[in-house]
Design a protein around this ligand. Structure first.
Ligand code: NAP
Ligand code: GLV
Length: 311
């Protein structure tokens, strides 16, 4: 066996697809999955999605950890991981998939589809006069690899779009806001709010009772980033009071969302099982392989993550 091996870990059983996709790019790479890890000292690279506590402690020669997705919150601030090079995935397939989810969720609200879904269940013909998309205001919180293209696409479709990020952005058709003042402004002035901010120490419970209170009554809320960006108890309260009119939630503090959780009971909440975007091995393997080649040459990997920043 080679002494230049990669360990793969994912709760989703996609190791066969990844093994094949990486073999096409890097035929010399020794791809290992539990329980067949061989000598842990051979492991130089890890390609992982939410590995359990202590997972990395047994690999003394690890040089590169690649997160099998965009959000690295499960891989930062771990006590089993020495400082190594650290990267995430970012491929066009993942961007297209997230954009399609956000366009779906926003368009569903913009075109009053939940009204018709409910009317259909009652067997009633209910007409709501459609509004011009330019009259519909949408805020995207987080304008990174996924939030940026989603905001740009919504603007191209004709929505009036604002964005919020740590640093200012120049995205055609998207008004850029930053800082606490910018956040409060976009929360107060938009009728659809989309969360695509990563979960970090700074964004944990970013949206709580105070922030929901700033939003317009009847606001539509879409969360496709991480559940813990939201104070879930405050979200439930805002839904129960009607302050939040509708929500589309793909992510939760606890996943899978437990049976009997209060969020299941709201008719005006669409729940999807953390599927807004995934990485397709065939599309993402090229970048994973390129990062390994770079690290072998002593260069930084593609899509490098700053663990101190948390994203
Ligand atoms: P990204 O490229 O790292 O971009 C993050 C964006 O958030 C950047 O615009 C960043 O601002 C902004 N941001 C970070 N911290 C902030 C803060 N404290 N205040 C204001 N803005 C802040 O992330 P991405 O690839 O777009 O992905 C976003 C998140 O989506 C991921 O972290 C993950 O949690 C989630 N996700 C979910 C799914 C799903 O299936 N539901 C799939 C993929 C990803 P700057 O640009 O100024 O740095
Ligand atoms: C999925 O949630 C990801 O972060 O890629």
């Amino acid at each position: 066996m080679s002494r230049d091996a990669l360990v793969f870990y994912s709760a989703v059983d996609d190791s066969v697809a990844w093994r094949e996709a990486l073999a096409a790019e890097l035929p010399d790479l020794d791809f290992r999955v539990e329980p067949d890890l061989g000598d842990p000292a051979d492991i130089r690279y890890a390609l992982c999605w939410t590995p359990p506590k202590g997972f990395f402690a047994r690999f003394p020669n690890l040089q590169l950890v690649t997160n099998l997705g965009a959000g690295v919150d499960a891989l930062v601030r771990r006590d089993d991981l020495a400082p190594v090079k650290f990267s995430r995935l970012s491929d066009p397939g993942m961007v297209q998939m997230m954009t399609s989810y956000i366009v779906f969720a926003v368009t569903r609200y913009a075109r009053d589809i939940p009204v018709y879904e409910r009317a259909k269940r009652r067997g009633e013909w209910e007409y709501v006069h459609p509004r011009a998309l330019s009259d519909i205001t949408v805020a995207v919180l987080g304008l990174g690899e996924l939030g940026g293209p989603a905001a740009r696409t919504l603007a191209q479709m004709g929505f009036t779009v604002s964005g919020w990020s740590r640093t200012p952005k120049d995205i055609p058709g998207v008004t850029s806001h930053t800082g606490r003042e910018g956040l409060e402004h976009v929360l107060a002035t938009n009728e659809i709010i989309v969360s695509l901010v990563p979960l970090t120490l700074e964004t944990q419970r970013l949206l709580g009772a105070g922030e929901f209170g700033l939003m317009r009554k009847g606001v539509k809320f879409v969360n496709a980033s991480r559940g813990a960006v939201v104070d879930e108890a405050a979200l439930i309260e805002a839904l129960a009071s009607g302050h939040i009119g509708e929500a589309t939630l793909d992510v939760f503090e606890t996943e899978p969302l437990p049976a009997g959780h209060p969020l299941w009971a709201f008719e005006n909440v669409m729940i999807t099982p953390h599927m807004a975007s995934i990485t397709v091995p065939k599309l993402a393997a090229r970048d994973v392989a390129e990062s390994i080649r770079r690290v072998r040459q002593g260069l930084p990997p593609l899509h490098e993550v700053d663990p101190a920043r948390g994203y």
